[in-house]
Design a protein around this ligand. Sequence first.
Ligand code: HGY
Ligand code: MN
Ligand code: MN
Length: 411
Amino acid sequence: MNSAEVLARQVMHRIDELSAISETPGILTRRYLTAEHRRANELVGHWMSGAGMDTWQDAAGNIIGRYDSAQGNAPALIIGSHLDTVVNAGKFDGMLGVLCGVACVQALFQTGRRLTYPIEVIGFADEEGVRFGTTYLGSRAVTGQLDPSLFEQTDAAGISFRQALIDFGLEADQIGQAARHADDVLAFLELHIEQGPVLEALGRPAGAVTAINGQTRLSVTITGEAGHAGTVPMGLRRDALAVAAEGVLAVERECDGNDDVVGTVGILRVTPGAINVIPGEVTFTVDIRGKDDVDRRNVVAEVSRAVREAAEQRNCFVQISVLHEAVSAPCAERMIKIIERAIATVGFEPCRMPSGAGHDAAAMAELCNVGMIFLRSERGISHNPAERTSEEDVTAGINIMMKVLDEMEGY
Ligand code: HGY
Ligand code: MN
Ligand code: MN
């Protein structure tokens, strides 16, 4: 086995070890600022130290390893991805990018090689936004873009982001210490699984990402009136779930009508939730993505209008709040070209593709040039325990990333 193959084998074993750290035994769920987040940081920090890096946890709960350069303190290349997961997640989403970054630094360390620039590997603390609904909290702390109003956002148990930081041993008022200055950053590089079927359909292990689609996340609350399922005539009902149903179909209808926009209702909660009670209140989430921000915002406006119209027809109230909005983020042409050349040098046909999924690179694009390497997802499956990338493709990813590091010396 050559060194990349040895490192890939180690990455696969580490993926298994890291994915065993979960809030729920038997499935993988690891949310921001939980005890499992802390354990994951400790384990990844240990691996970073073993790769010759100085390590620390920043004021937002990101775990960071730094491998210094041969000379002075030149701007650092940041390699990163996230360590938090969705509910019942796959084990490659986010973690693979962090562990491949550690593997590449380990390859340099084991051969005593120092580059002309320092490398920092960051395990971002919260990309998925599962706990507080808004994403990129870790990477936005690094770019200095965190809106202080987010600290009052609460999780499903009613714990605020502010309190969760305190419980984790951090302070909301000090999160600004995690922010980096653009002058200290050469660029940001993220390796991530594609989470879709395109590379597999092309028969390629890797691709260069051109842009990360913009996204809007909404929380919609419909308030009607709970009532007896047997006695209230249909015309006198204020059925909140009937309104929500119209909303779910509006998301599907408005996105169906636009090739570049996708929409999902991932969570829907009915109160009081009894078989013989007319639903009095329903809360559901909407996730709308698109590469064109104007298209995406038009779809959001159309969905909002349809929900309000359905509510009016049923004498219900609607509250629509924007949990999160991220504009579409382009990858830097120079980084795309370097990644394409690296893919070709390693022996594969390069290709370019947009990312329908959000990534920390979208947040980091506010601070510096970003580039993303996509690796093939088997059957295009992700956000699902069946999510998988082969060891062979991980070997290709490590070889590609090493070639990118070589080229970044001239960036
Ligand atoms: O939701 C996403 O696009 C990403 O997995 N956070
Ligand atoms: Mn994800
Ligand atoms: Mn991800």
